[in-house]
Design a binder for this molecule. Structure first.
Ligand SMILES: Cc1cc2nc3c(=O)[nH]c(=O)nc-3n(C[C@H](O)[C@H](O)[C@H](O)COP(=O)(O)OP(=O)(O)OC[C@H]3O[C@@H](n4cnc5c(N)ncnc54)[C@H](O)[C@@H]3O)c2cc1C
Length: 379
């Protein structure tokens, strides 16, 4: 039976939800406080490593096929090493008989194509429209903007990590601040990246170089403890590049900044309830994790996929409760894995360094263990 949905938030997760629901025959209104997403020739700063499971969802939605091949950075290998020990692990797609391990894509490119597809499918899209108030009543939901009012059967809050809707409903969070900032930028490298996603663990946090469509461009995600991040911010471009060069162990040759730098606070959090009355939380509104494994958006796409599996048929409140339970388990598992990884690497203790060096060596040398690790990274 066709239902009416209001989706708040035109990021990747809100747009994918809106399009999927519309394709199932539901009536959908999407409200986004920012402008309609668009991209130019210039590479955008925010990128995501899109896992196979997310790619499948985007293919089903007919959006993956619309992404320009020049903006896709499929990666066939991953190399993770420890700056301070002999530990190093190399994953290759061929080891699990796959053509790639995933693809790096700019968030804006995915958002712009999702928006177009949603428009063509008949989602009622409103850009530059901020939700100011809402009512989550027994029979229906209502949201108010500065000039309009919308009603529907369900309200999807995909309004990002600060989620004004989650806050207005007073849904409690479990969180901890990583006391780290993520610095992102586009980097030009003299050696081709060769379709390899690289990540080094420094005592102050991981630094990742993610391959973009251009063989000589990578996207940098440098997670650093607050004091180190403040130091990095204060450096001019030449000094910053020198620090980055030293961290890279020469893996990509000479590095050069090809964009400005942007910084994001890193915080782990998840809402203790994702469903209240007729409102559901999805994506970063429900959970946010450390970018070290590039899984935040993939977790959100998992929420969308599981919800669409329900809404394709008539569903009850109990079905939504099951969805909430299942997705919360997935998020908490991911958060726990990220946390132990981060804690294991974030230590300068010599014994721990030895243990993690040995751990990485074993994981690299034992084929079945390595295949299991690759498969879990594929999603
Ligand atoms: C440094 C960094 C690197 C990352 N790298 C990766 C990666 O490699 N792989 C990966 O999977 N994930 C990655 N992530 C996580 C990923 O970026 C997020 O999980 C994803 O972008 C969340 O999408 P979303 O649609 O849930 O939220 P958002 O993209 O934040 O969208 C929320 C939208 O809601 C709108 N909004 C908010 N309030 C209102 C309102 N009241 N009315 C109307 N609109 C409103 C906002 O304008 C915004 O457009 C990374 C994150 C960081 C910080």
């Amino acid at each position: 039976m066709s239902q009416r949905f209001i989706v708040v938030g035109g990021g990747m997760i809100g747009l994918a939800t809106a399009l999927g629901l519309r394709q199932q025959g539901h009536r959908v209104v999407l409200l986004e406080r920012g402008a309609q997403p668009q991209y130019t020739e210039t590479t955008e700063l925010r990128v995501s490593a899109i896992a196979h499971s997310s790619r499948q969802l985007l293919e089903q939605l007919g959006v993956w096929q619309r992404l320009p091949s020049t903006r896709l950075g499929p990666y066939q290998a991953m190399e993770v090493w420890d700056h301070d020990s002999f530990g190093r692990i190399h994953f290759a797609a061929a080891e699990v008989n796959q053509p790639d391990l995933g693809a790096i894509v700019e968030n804006k490119v995915i958002e712009a194509e999702l928006w177009q597809a949603a428009d063509e499918a008949g989602v009622e899209l409103h850009a530059n429209t901020e939700v100011r108030q809402h009512e989550n009543a027994a029979q229906q939901v209502t949201v108010k903007t500065a000039t309009e009012q919308f009603t529907a059967d369900y309200l999807i809050a995909a309004d990002g990590v600060q989620s004004p809707l989650r806050q207005a409903e007073g849904l409690p969070l479990t969180f901890w601040d990583y006391q780290q900032q993520g610095c992102v930028a586009v980097i030009k490298c003299s050696k081709p990246h060769g379709g390899c996603a690289r990540q080094v663990f420094l005592p102050s946090g991981p630094v990742a170089w993610l391959p973009l469509g251009d063989p000589h461009h990578v996207s940098l995600v440098w997670s650093a403890d607050t004091e180190v991040a403040a130091e990095l911010k204060a450096l001019d471009d030449a000094e910053f590049t020198k620090r980055l060069q030293a961290a890279s162990d020469g893996a990509l040759g000479q590095l050069e900044l090809a964009s400005k730098r942007a910084y994001f606070p890193l915080r782990m959090q998840y809402a203790r309830r994702w469903l209240k009355g007729r409102m559901l939380l999805l994506g970063d509104a429900a959970h946010s994790i450390h970018p070290l494994a590039g899984q935040g958006a993939n977790l959100g796409f998992g929420d969308v996929q599981a919800l669409l599996a329900l809404t394709t048929n008539a569903f009850s409140h109990a079905d939504l409760r099951n969805w909430e339970r299942e997705r919360k388990v997935a998020a908490v598992q991911m958060i726990t894995a990220m946390e132990s990884f981060k804690r294991g690497f974030g230590h300068a203790n010599p014994l721990l360094k030895l243990v993690r060096g040995i751990g990485l060596k074993i994981a690299n040398d034992v084929a079945p263990l390595k295949r299991t690790l690759i498969k879990s990274a594929l999603g």
